[in-house]
Design a protein around this ligand. Structure first.
Ligand code: IVH
Length: 724
């Protein structure tokens, strides 16, 4: 039975998912996992009637952009009192023990991410809500479903029918570094630390983007009406059994000395952890005791956070440099007298931008505090004014490019200054060439930063299009090169003409067009000409492309110099077209489709790829030539009316999936032609998508009203003190 196979695949995939992401002990290879996943995806596409939001296939996310709903927490999400002082921590312990006698404490790491509350009903993840103001937060369920360590369905048994579990959404350092590297390549602003990156990612409109960002989730607190535990330790152990990722660094401590040892250990050992932490949380273990201790308006009295001190050092600001990036962005950089900080010698630190410098009133010659907190790049957090030299003068920010002298500009809503002299400013020119040749773009081997500079100095390279005119005889006589390297370079440049279109597009260095966006643009528009001639409205039709990216693309192609370079690259024979899509079948042969709106299981471009892959044709607009309008959410009513008027068959995403399965309803054009009518023919049935989908997709959580009582409603008043 299909349904049983689907169920089995879901169970197995969730099991292996847990082994991999929660327990770090995979039992099957990635390849085997992918094969099971593909089988499930195919079955679900063919049988939309078995759709389930808890299916592991949902973890890839979708691009539907919904404003986040505000959801009231059934139990408020309190904050924690915190301290940087061990003395204060000892007072906290003494206060409790004075009242209750010797107590047991659970010490946990304080995870440095963003708080989340997960609601499970009948063992399934129903809702994920951010902390918000503690009373109500944002419903980010679609995004949290993509976090692999969050179980969509629970394992084991004995879980309450309805409960919440709370914890932290984290971005591990590895994901953070990868994300920032991608953003840097795309000329996008970097996230300052993994906490901001995790919070920012959770608020992404597209869960498909979230899915790729590598978030993790650690849980540390249960909340519910009648939870079957008497203490915290037990509840953590049980949560682990149900499939949640629960930290195994937690310990039971029975004295201040034991707590100090735990803190002392992790203050150092946390540097080896793959995710960020900023302290230790000390919690009373026993729930009865917790109830006795109670809470203040904001925080429980039975727990406290001890925060690690960010390591700091005091050193002299010897001078300030300004770096100009390939996009023209100017970054002030502090040159420091070398100082040892968290195990490394720090010589430079970022000063971010003019505003931040003005806020600190920072001046060359000052003694400054340097910190390495969650941030990777050290930053200057303050000036020791008592040590300021008597002759010090306020620092005046530069108003001309330090490289080419052009007056700097500031764009609206951007903190940085920019040098607008794109075509004449050395670091911008060299930066663009280096971006173009990098591995993920044109992958031209043998050419590094130094060689690019050498060629530029020797007048052989002014922009990326010059690369394709380089000859061995020109390169060989240059210092450090020689015949062999010269040949290698020329061969590698020649080979780059075969690089696929999306990498060429990435290599052009259009602002905000990173590797992934370039892929989406290429997939959607198929040719460089189509990208070049697209209007703003057309650009934002592509997956993952918003107004900011669209504007950057328009700006890029409005520039004469860029058009000249593109002309030369075209003459050189670079690939300006995406490869033809693979044909899987002829199921949709002779059928034309219009895709409109947002979909749950696929992006628009995925649907288009499916249509072409199965022999169909995509049309840009609703016209008499269309057979089907695949209608998603938020589709314009005018389009819908036009399609109805033309008798175009309007189908939902689920019905489209059924079509692929060969289950084709008849269209108006079928009826008008002499062909044999197909099965299920019903030309009158132009149901609107909501109605068509509603029956098939899982109904919204029946518990909505129970989980979100109006504030203080009689049926479900907000409760306090039931957080165990
Ligand atoms: S317990 C009522 N445990 O710290 C207290 N919180 O400063 C519930 N946090 O909002 C929180 N690690 O986001 C708890 N092991 C841990 C934690 C932790 C990080 C965060 C949490 C909370 C914030 C309070």
């Amino acid at each position: 039975m299909i349904q049983q196979r689907i169920e089995e695949l879901r169970r197995r995939l969730e099991h292996h998912n847990r082994k991999y992401y929660v327990e770090n002990a995979p039992e099957i290879s990635d390849f085997e996992f992918d094969a099971l996943m593909r089988e499930l995806q195919d079955l679900e596409a063919a049988h939309p009637e078995f759709a389930d939001p808890s299916s592991p296939t949902m973890r890839v996310g979708s691009d539907s952009t919904a404003e986040f709903r505000t959801v009231r927490h059934r139990f408020p999400m309190q904050s924690l009192g915190n301290t940087y002082s061990l003395d204060e921590l000892h007072e906290f312990i003494e206060r409790i023990e004075r009242e209750t006698g010797p107590a047991e404490f659970v010490c946990e790491l304080k995870f440095d991410g963003t708080a989340i509350s997960l609601t499970y009903e009948h063992g399934r993840l129903e809702r994920a809500v951010t902390r918000g103001d503690g009373e109500a937060g944002d419903d980010v369920t679609a995004n949290v479903r993509t976090v692999r360590s969050v179980p969509l369905r629970l394992e084991g048994e004995g879980w309450p029918e309805l409960f919440e579990i709370r914890g932290e959404i984290l971005m591990p350092y590895a994901s953070f570094d990868r994300l920032n590297a991608e953003r840097e390549a795309a000329g996008e602003p970097l996230f300052a630390n993994p906490r901001n990156a995790a919070a920012g990612t959770l608020k992404q409109q597209s869960s498909a983007v979230v899915a790729r960002r590598g978030l993790d989730c650690t849980l540390y607190q249960l909340a519910g009406d009648e939870l079957p535990f008497t203490n915290h330790w037990e509840s953590l152990a049980q949560a682990r059994e149900w499939g949640f990722k629960v930290s195994d660094q937690a310990r039971i401590c029975r004295s201040a000395a034991e707590i100090d040892t735990f803190i002392g250990h992790w203050d150092e050992a946390r540097r080896q952890l793959p995710f960020p932490t900023d302290g230790v949380v000390v919690k009373v273990n026993d729930f009865a005791l917790r109830r006795r201790l109670g809470a203040t308006a904001k925080a429980p009295k039975w727990a406290v956070a001890y925060k690690f001190k960010a390591e700091q050092a005091l050193t002299r600001l010897a001078g300030i440099d300004f770096q100009v990036g390939r996009t023209g962005a100017v970054t002030p950089v502090a040159n420091l007298d070398p100082v040892l900080l968290a195990g490394t010698t720090v010589r430079r630190a970022t000063l971010h931008n003019a505003e931040q410098m003005a806020q600190l009133d920072i001046r060359p010659g000052d003694m400054v505090y340097v910190e390495k907190g969650g941030e990777i790049i050290p930053k200057i957090t303050g000036v020791e004014l008592a040590m300021r030299p008597a002759d010090s003068r306020p620092f005046v920010y530069i108003d001309r490019c330090p490289e080419c002298g052009t007056p700097l500009v500031r764009y609206e809503s951007e903190a940085k200054h920019y040098c607008p002299n794109q075509s004449g400013c050395r670091p911008q020119i060299i930066g663009r060439i280096i971006h173009f040749i990098r591995r993920k773009a044109m992958d031209i081997e043998g050419l590094g930063e130094e060689t690019v500079e050498l060629l530029y100095e020797n007048g052989l390279l002014h922009d990326v299009s010059d690369l394709y005119d380089l000859r061995t005889e020109q390169l060989a006589p240059l210092p450090r090169l020689g015949e062999k390297s010269a040949e290698n370079i020329v061969r590698s440049i020649e080979r780059s003409k075969q690089v696929p279109f999306h990498r060429v597009l990435f290599g052009l260095g259009i602002r905000f067009v990173g590797e992934t966006t370039a892929k989406y643009l290429a997939e959607h528009f198929r040719t460089l000409d189509a990208v070049m001639h697209a209007s703003r409205e057309e650009l934002v039709e592509a997956d993952e492309v918003g107004g900011k990216i669209a504007d950057a693309v328009l700006d890029y192609f409005a520039d004469e110099d860029n058009l000249r370079i593109i002309g030369r690259l075209r003459d050189a024979g670079l690939r300006f077209e995406a490869e033809a899509r693979e044909r899987f079948s002829e199921t949709l042969a002779g059928k034309s489709f219009v895709i409109s709106g947002k979909f749950r299981d696929h992006t628009r471009d995925e649907l288009k790829a499916l249509i072409e892959g199965h022999g169909g044709r995509n049309l840009a607009a609703v016209s008499g030539n269309a057979d089907y309008l695949v209608a998603g959410e938020n589709m314009g009513p005018a389009k819908l009316r036009k399609a109805e008027k033309l008798g175009i068959r309007i189908i939902s995403e689920a019905e489209f999936a059924a079509l692929l399965d060969g289950d084709a309803p008849q269209t108006a054009r079928d009826a008008a032609s002499d062909e044999e009518p197909k099965k299920n023919g019903d030309t009158q049935d132009t149901r609107i998508p909501e109605a068509a989908d509603g029956a098939k997709t899982a109904a919204p959580a029946p518990s909505d009203s129970a989980a979100e009582p109006a504030s203080g409603s009689a049926a479900n008043p907000p409760r306090q003190g039931e957080l165990f």
